[in-house]
Design a protein around this ligand. Sequence first.
Ligand code: CTP
Length: 402
Amino acid sequence: MNVALGVGGGIAAYKAAELARDLMARGFTVNVIMTRAAEEFVRPLTFAALTGRKVITNLFSAASAEDTLSSAIEHIRVAQENDILVVAPATADLLAKFAHGLADDFLSTTYLAFTGRVVLAPAMNTNMWNHPATQANLRILRERGHLIVDPDDGALACGMVGPGRLAEPSSIADAVANLATPAKRDLEGEVVLITAGPTQEPLDAVRYLSNRSSGKMGYATAEEAVARGARVILVSGPVSLAEPANMEVIHVQTAAQMFDAVMQHLDESTIIIKTAAVADYHRADAPQHKVKKTAARMSIELDPTVDILAELGRKKGDRLLIGFAAETENLIAEARRKLESKNCDMVVANLVSQSGIGFDSDENEVVLVTRTSDPIAVRRAPKKEIAARILDQTMSLRLALR
Ligand code: CTP
């Protein structure tokens, strides 16, 4: 498999030589493209000697220098002949160019012409990394589906300490190798019913009771399950996320509606994952009109909603049932209690009291509690990665129960 290795101009450019060597040791053919700035730090000859291949150094000096290729449309050929484009170090300038489609040298034109998977390993000064412009560019690139190998924290050449140091070449090579291995299809044949988001329980014609769930964990799990070959039915409470592709999505508002939708699809499902943060109470006699304000204190009587997970626990048969437990204390004990009381095969427990993870965040940190093994701690990671670990564990339960 061919990898184009773009080398940006930064002190970490020398580490790209190590990366090239690591990639070759893993069987990749490495074609190096250096920016003009990169040449200030490392000589093209280093890469040519390491890879045994021509090193591309500049778009517009083509046809003259010996170590460059001869045609002005060469970037198209390079884009077509490589399966993965990895850029290390990706400078702030390169990230900005890629994010906005600027194409004024060989690497940036190749990037625009490239249709395969892209891995970017940024390296720069901490302040440059933290700058809103860089972070906004990273967001664009992530949303475009590129894999960002985050820089490490540590002492930088500029004397500062913080994020910005190029990730270890072996971690960057791992990321490339992961992309190169065909996606797992271990959920083929499974029908996964997933609930996501909050529910909203009307208090009157315009008000409701709800919670801070964003639905991100459930949507990430649904997308991961589809990618791994499952047929997915997603029952979603009100969220502001883009409609996911390649699955059946059923939108509901209340716990009662979520219950109906889940029960309707119970027969056909083989795995049920209850990510939703279902409201525990609702106002049974919610007036149909808007309640007017008065000076008096007001109290509202609430009734428990139906516990969908507990009901599923009674009816699950040999389906795998995965519940969630959002707790602020006694995480494992609470998860174990829910595992038993709701007859789940696994409970995904997370502490919602920490900032940056759990409700309404892009990241999560969970503990997977099952009957058969010790609790498995999954360290803080993007929700997509957490989803992958939940599905890995679900499938190993499936194998164990067969
Ligand atoms: N759940 C459900 N129906 C409800 C309430 C919760 O299906 N009416 C499910 C959630 O989808 C989640 C799990 O139960 O998978 C645990 O939710 P949580 O709110 O943590 O637990 P509760 O059962 O409400 O328990 P407690 O309030 O005691 O923490």
